[in-house]
Design a binder for this molecule. Structure first.
Ligand code: PEP
Ligand code: MG
Length: 325
């Protein structure tokens, strides 16, 4: 399935039986943008805003951030760009904001940090809103959410930033759609509550797999246990899709699970509204979708959801893909 990928640059991701799947990219730097557009990305499903922060020696100010975000938003307009607020802590270090903890994966990270430092959050959100002025293709995504209150607090700050900027009257700003990342297992159990407080939901399957399986995503010694084909991961993800749709909201996925052709067809069968992946996987996944009828993908999903081991799931998926050629 990896041969002749260039032919898929301008194709729609459409199954042979006519189902379209929206494919977006994950970005962080402007270098990602040209590649993504060349490969026909329909938007940005995850802009990792911490990446430009990691390349600097101090926190970028509001105007510097505005310019960085403007480039991303402009490059993709009118296509949507989902900007995640600063996701540092855990495995993502800022040299000028050291965090010393015994257990960083369970510590101060993502939205926990920015809600404790609303001044950092507000500068970033103001910069994003200003950057989107006149383009209106911004969506804001909140990382590492654990509780409904975190969402309420973040949403209140975003509303405040909009009100401030409208008062200042220098940039024309509108309220963006606001989404919640599903990375912490508790948010799966409370998915209906969270969906009520958000405009959309995006599954961060890298962290979700780590926390669901209690396996460090960066530890080679336990890498054999880290699998997105794990039945618990698949069933959890499918549950999220059905609950978010039941709440009438949209659901996407932006972890590596979307960029693997095998898991991507399972995700497609689950009914995700959009899959977001690194640009390097985009053509491979689009080609796979163009070769797998939705009916086959749904039947495959139903079969593997009954399996009890990652290895058997993976083997079944690989057998199906090689049969479809
Ligand atoms: C994820 O956790 O799946 C995700 C998309 O975020 P990151 O990889 O940046 O932690
Ligand atoms: Mg994550």
């Amino acid at each position: 399935l990896v041969a002749g990928l260039d032919a898929y640059k301008q194709r729609d991701a459409m199954t042979p039986d006519g189902r379209r799947v929206a494919l977006h990219v994950n970005t962080g730097l402007m270098a990602d943008v040209a590649r993504a557009k060349d490969r026909g990305a329909e938007g940005v499903g995850l802009y990792r805003s911490e990446i430009p922060f990691m390349l600097r020696e101090r926190f970028p100010g509001e105007e510097e951030q505005r310019q960085i975000y403007r480039q991303q938003l402009e490059a993709f307009a009118p296509r949507p760009v989902t900007m995640r607020t600063l996701d540092i802590g855990g495995d993502k270090d800022l040299p000028y904001f050291p965090i010393e903890e015994d257990n960083p994966a369970l510590g101060w990270r993502g939205i926990r940090i920015t809600l404790d430092h609303p001044e950092i959050f507000m500068v970033q959100v103001r910069a994003m809103l200003k950057a989107a002025s006149g383009l209106n293709n911004l969506q804001i995504l909140l990382p590492m959410v654990t509780t409904v209150s975190e969402v309420e607090d973040a949403v209140a700050l975003i509303h405040r930033a909009v009100a401030e900027l409208q008062e200042e009257n220098e940039f024309e700003v509108t309220l963006p759609r606001i989404g919640v990342m599903i990375e912490v297992p508790a948010t799966i159990i409370q998915i209906a509550d969270l969906a009520r407080h958000a405009d959309f939901v995006s599954i961060g399957s890298n962290d979700l797999t780590q926390y669901l399986l209690a396996v460090d995503r960066n530890n080679a010694r336990v890498a054999g246990l880290y699998s997105q084909y794990h039945p618990a991961v698949l069933r959890a993800v499918r549950y999220v899709v059905s609950e978010v749709h039941r709440a009438g909201k949209t659901v996407s996925i932006c972890g590596e699970m979307a960029g693997d052709p095998g898991t991507a067809i399972l995700l497609m069968a689950m009914g995700f509204d959009m899959l977001s992946m690194s640009a390097s996987n985009l053509l491979k996944v689009r080609k796979t979708i163009c070769h797998v009828p939705m009916e086959r993908a749904e039947a495959l999903l139903n079969r593997v959801l009954a399996f009890d081991k990652p290895e058997t799931v993976r083997a079944e998926v690989e057998a199906e893909l090689s049969e479809l050629g």
